[in-house]
Ligand binder design. Structure first.
Ligand code: ADP
Ligand code: MG
Ligand code: MG
Ligand code: MG
Length: 629
């Protein structure tokens, strides 16, 4: 979650005065890195994942599952782990990080993985060690759960946090979420508050409700206080922010409080990083669809399977002018509005342009790219090529959201804080990461669309699959360029309920520079005119000297991804939806009650621990495998 500076964060009106300062120096900081590092060559193909957990307190007597807000203590205890805790189980002591929710923990490997079969087969074990270390530092009734969305985050009929808290906090102004669910570090409430203030209203998230046989028609959320006006924010929902037939949410926490699975790859050079960025971009919607894990929101089943649009709306800081809902204010507008123009997307959204300098990439960059012209001119004048300059100038159309008063005047040759301020709050499906300070790490790309999976077998499977796809890109030389507008369209399709069975996705044909529409099964397994992602991975593996047992172990991961793509196994989202709908207490009204929530989460926990089989979700033998590791 970017850097966590200590200090005094500026309230929005003061931060806004400094946004141009941060942009101007941020781009100088990028230039300083670019000048030093643009010719850097020969970095190894190292990579690593990020796993996000929710700490859930299960109470078997009351049959409740609540979010435990003990992030601070748990992270403190995790920081005290030493080598003796992992002796003989993983290569290096893992790293644990805070995340947005005060019930969230993020883990990363202590040392990045390599790309050999032995290294890839280290991933699941490393993930399991991280889970064990976390679990050992929880209370006996707490479990670290890797689920996309907490089904009852923001309900109003019962508590959903442990301990319970009242909504209507100063940062979120939410009808549903107390500020106490936010990480205590000042960065996070400030981010929340400044997004709301920049935008000029609370964020608005409307997820279509899943229509079951007894879901009221129209569905008008009974928990929205239409009759009451105790707080100013009550009125917003009534005045149109909350849509009929939708689950309404009104705070950053509904999005940033979801969990995801990210993977970062080091490239040998800047050009190779740009190539990886481009070729992985068309895959982002496909991997979102097969990893879909988030069908529930605020105590209801949604009609979507994935979190992406929720989190996109949850941090949408665009002003009404930028959203196209108000006319441009014209001369006299505030300093930070001088760039006021339509911005098509939230700062959390799919990427808008390919990064390589070639004719195909240029032709496929078919969506309008809003750029900060001053930034673009500065980069061009300094010698940065047009494509990279436009990419950075596009990220820099945003304002920095959190500025610490102690961190305003920095040395542009040594600091990257201002650059990272904008870079790390452009939350896109891919991120192009320049080398950080120091000389140890090179140019990297981050693959960001995937949802976290219930088990580390699945998390390893998806991570390893993408890692192998980077080798396919670099060693087999594929060409997956397709219009960015179609990648955008795919990202919407990817979130649809049961996308595996209902959606087709645009993808470049294997036999012509044109796209066609394919099912996920076709995309992953191949057709007459498409080699298919998994056959390509196998083709790459066939070129490698890999022992039979190792190859069989890698194949288990690839088979899992393939089974998810063709529907032989359910996605996490489909499994959760089916569990809720077949629960004895479910009234077919789309409601995920406290009781169903408890049974769901305690069952998921038992599955993860290998105490319960999950036919339809995981391959036969998962439980024995989990118990054996
Ligand atoms: P962020 O939250 O900014 O995306 P994190 O530090 O949480 O970044 O995660 C970065 C990931 O990159 C980790 O999995 C880490 O193991 C991995 N990583 C570390 N060093 C390298 C490297 N040299 N090349 C590639 N990945 C690396
Ligand atoms: Mg994270
Ligand atoms: Mg991280
Ligand atoms: Mg990340």
């Amino acid at each position: 979650m970017g850097l966590l500076s200590l200090g005094t964060p500026l309230a929005w009106p003061d931060a806004r005065e400094l946004s141009e300062h941060v942009r101007v120096h941020g781009i100088e900081q990028f230039l300083s890195v670019w000048r030093r590092m643009r010719d850097r060559q020969g970095d190894a193909p190292l990579w690593g994942d990020e796993l996000e957990y929710m700490v859930v307190a299960l109470d078997p007597e009351q049959r409740t599952a609540r979010l435990s807000l003990r992030q601070g203590e748990i992270l403190q205890r995790l920081a005290q782990c030493d080598d003796s805790d992992v002796l003989g189980t993983c290569a290096a002591l893992p790293t644990f990080h805070p995340e947005y929710g005060r019930y969230m923990i993020e883990s990363t490997p202590g040392r990045p993985f390599g790309i050999s079969a032995d290294e890839l087969l280290r991933v699941e074990r490393d993930m399991l060690v991280r889970r064990r270390l976390t679990r050992e530092r929880l209370l006996p009734n707490e479990v670290p759960m890797t689920i996309g969305s907490f089904p009852r985050l923001g309900v109003t009929d019962t508590a959903f946090t442990d301990p319970p808290h009242e909504a209507h906090g100063a940062a979120s102004h939410s009808l549903f979420l107390p500020d106490e669910i936010i990480n205590t570090h000042v960065r996070f409430p400030t981010l929340t508050s400044n997004i709301r203030q920049r935008r000029g209203s609370k964020v608005r998230i409307n997820v279509p409700i899943f229509r079951d046989t007894h879901t009221p028609e129209p569905f008008v959320d009974p928990t929205i206080p239409y009759e009451r006006e105790l707080f100013p924010e009550d009125g917003e929902a009534r005045a149109g922010a909350a849509w009929a037939d939708h689950i309404y949410m009104d705070a950053m926490g509904f999005g940033m409080g979801c969990c995801c699975l990210q993977v970062t790859f080091q490239a040998s050079s800047m050009d190779e990083a740009r190539k990886l960025y481009d070729q992985l971009t068309p895959l982002t919607p496909l991997l979102l669809a097969v990893s879909a894990a988030s069908p529930t929101y605020r105590g209801y089943l949604g009609d979507v399977d994935a979190r992406w649009n929720v989190i996109s709306a949850a941090v949408d800081d665009r002003t009404p002018v930028e959203r196209g809902e108000a006319p441009f204010a014209g001369a006299g507008a505030h300093n930070s509005d001088t760039h006021a123009r339509r911005l098509r997307k939230s700062r959390y959204d799919s990427v808008d342009s390919y990064l390589c300098e070639n004719d195909e990439a240029r032709a496929c960059n078919d969506v309008p790219l809003e750029v900060n012209e001053a930034v673009e001119q500065r980069l061009r004048a300094a010698g940065v090529d047009a494509v990279l300059a436009a990419h950075m100038a596009h990220l820099f159309v945003r304002d920095p959201l959190v500025i610490f008063s102690e961190n305003v005047d920095l040395h542009d040759a040594t600091s990257v804080d201002h650059f990272e301020n904008l870079q790390s709050t452009n939350w896109q499906t891919m991120r192009f990461k320049p080398p950080p300070p120091g000389n140890a790490i090179g140019w990297r790309v981050e693959f960001r669309p995937m949802e976290i999976q219930l088990t580390d077998f699945e998390n390893a499977a998806f991570s390893v699959c993408i890692a192998l796809l980077t080798r396919v890109v670099l060693e087999l030389g594929v060409d997956w360029y397709m219009p960015i507008s179609l990648v955008d369209e795919n990202l919407q399709r990817a979130q649809q309920r049961d996308a595996v069975h209902t959606q087709r996705f645009h993808f470049r044909r294997g036999d012509a520079p044109a796209t066609a529409e394919y099912t996920l099964a076709e995309l992953f397994h191949g057709t007459d005119d498409l080699p298919g992602l998994l056959p390509l991975v196998h083709r790459y593996l066939d070129t490698q000297p890999i022992a039979a047992a190792s190859r069989a172990a890698l194949n288990e991961y690839l088979d899992l991804v393939g089974a998810r793509a063709d529907g032989r196994l359910m996605t996490n989202a489909a499994y959760i939806r089916q569990f809720v709908r077949s629960h004895a207490a479910y009234r077919h009204d789309s409601v995920v009650s406290d009781e169903i929530n408890y049974d769901l989460l305690s069952t998921l926990d038992a599955i993860e621990r290998g105490e319960k089989e999950a036919p339809g979700l995981l391959p036969a033998g998962y439980a024995a495998r989990r118990q054996g590791i």
